[in-house]
Design a protein around this ligand. Structure first.
Ligand SMILES: NC(=O)c1ccc[n+]([C@@H]2O[C@H](COP(=O)([O-])OP(=O)(O)OC[C@H]3O[C@@H](n4cnc5c(N)ncnc54)[C@H](O)[C@@H]3O)[C@@H](O)[C@H]2O)c1
Length: 253
C-alpha cells in the first residue's frame, strides 16, 4: 500500500485525484495540504506541509506555485519522493526542483497525460522532417479560470521542438506588440481562454500551400489525475533524481 500526501487536495485536480485513489486498492491518501482546510471525511487537511502528522510514502502536488518551496522542503526533510504537477513555475522554481531532485526522487511534468506526451513525440518528428520549409505555431485552449498563460504544456511542446531543431528557435507570444513579419526561427505560442475547455493543444506546421496539424484534446481532468497516480507509483521506489512522463511512458512500452 502506497501512502499518499496530496497537496492542493481541495482544488479541482485534488478532488479528482482523491476519487481516483479511493478506487485504487494499491494506494490511499493519508493527509491533504490546502489553504482551504475544510472538514473532510476521507483524510485530515493541513494548511502547511510542516504541520502534517501522518507518515506518507510520496507527495503529489496539484496546487499553486507559491506552495512549491514548502512541498520540496517537506519531501527532502522526510526523504520522500514528490510528484510536482503544478504549472506556471518560474525558472527559479524549476531550479529548486532540480536541487531537490539531487536529494530525493522528483517527478515533474507540465502535462501528466500519456496522450499529450505522445503528441510531443510526434511533433518533434514532424519538426525534424519539415525544418526550414514550414512555420511552427502552437495554439493552446483552456477554461476561463486558468491563471497562467501560455500553458506549461504549450511551453513543453515548444521546448521539445526547439531541442530537436538544428537552428536555434525563438518564441513569439504576442504579435500585437511588434509590427513585423515572422522570422523562420520563430515558434509562435498562443493562448485562448474560455468556458470550461479542459485543455487543447494544436501544433501547426504551415508550409507553402499545405498545413499539417497535430492535435490533442483532453475531455476530462481524469487523465491528469490517473497520470499523477501512475507517476507516484513509478517514483516511490526510485533513487533520487529528476523523472518525467517520457521516462514513465518508456518504462511501460
Ligand atoms: N501537470 C498537469 O498535467 C496538470 C493538469 C491539470 C492541472 N495542473 C495544474 O495543477 C494546479 C492546480 O490545478 P487545479 O485546476 O486543481 O487548481 P485549483 O485552483 O482548483 O486548486 C488549487 C488548490 O490549491 C490550493 N492552494 C492555492 N494556493 C495555496 C497555498 N498557498 N497553500 C496551500 N494551498 C493552496 C487552493 O486552495 C486549491 O484548493 C495548477 O497549477 C494547474 O495548472 C497540472
Amino acid at each position: 500500500m502506497i501512502n499518499i500526501i496530496l497537496s492542493g487536495c481541495m482544488g479541482k485536480m485534488g478532488r479528482v485525484v482523491t476519487r481516483i485513489v479511493s478506487e485504487d486498492e494499491d494506494c490511499s491518501i493519508v493527509a491533504g495540504v490546502d489553504i482551504n482546510t475544510a472538514e473532510n471525511e476521507e483524510y485530515k487537511i493541513y494548511a502547511s506541509p510542516s504541520d502534517i502528522e501522518e507518515k506518507g510514502d510520496v507527495i503529489i502536488d496539484f496546487s499553486h506555485p507559491d506552495c512549491l518551496e514548502g512541498i520540496l522542503n517537506y519531501a527532502v526533510d522526510k526523504k520522500i519522493p514528490a510528484v510536482i504537477c503544478t504549472t506556471g513555475l518560474s525558472q527559479a522554481q524549476k531550479g529548486m526542483i532540480l536541487e531537490a531532485s539531487k536529494k530525493v526522487p522528483v517527478f515533474f511534468s507540465a502535462n501528466m497525460s500519456v496522450g499529450v506526451n505522445l503528441i510531443i513525440e510526434l511533433a518533434c518528428r514532424a519538426a525534424k522532417l519539415l525544418e526550414g520549409s514550414f512555420d511552427i505555431e502552437i495554439i493552446e485552449k483552456h477554461h476561463n479560470q486558468k491563471i497562467d498563460a501560455p500553458s506549461g504544456t504549450a511551453l513543453a511542446i515548444a521546448d521539445a521542438i526547439s531541442e530537436t531543431l538544428t537552428n536555434p528557435s525563438e518564441y513569439t507570444y504576442d504579435r500585437h506588440s511588434v509590427r513585423k513579419k515572422r522570422s523562420d526561427a520563430e515558434i509562435g505560442i498562443h493562448a485562448v481562454r474560455g468556458g470550461t475547455i479542459v485543455g487543447e493543444h494544436t501544433v501547426m506546421f504551415a508550409g507553402c500551400d499545405e498545413i499539417i496539424e497535430i492535435n490533442h484534446s483532453a475531455r476530462s481532468k481524469e487523465i491528469f489525475a490517473v497520470g499523477a497516480v501512475k507517476a507516484a507509483k513509478f517514483i516511490v521506489s526510485k533513487d533520487s533524481g529528476l523523472y518525467d512522463m517520457k521516462q514513465l511512458v518508456n518504462s511501460i512500452c
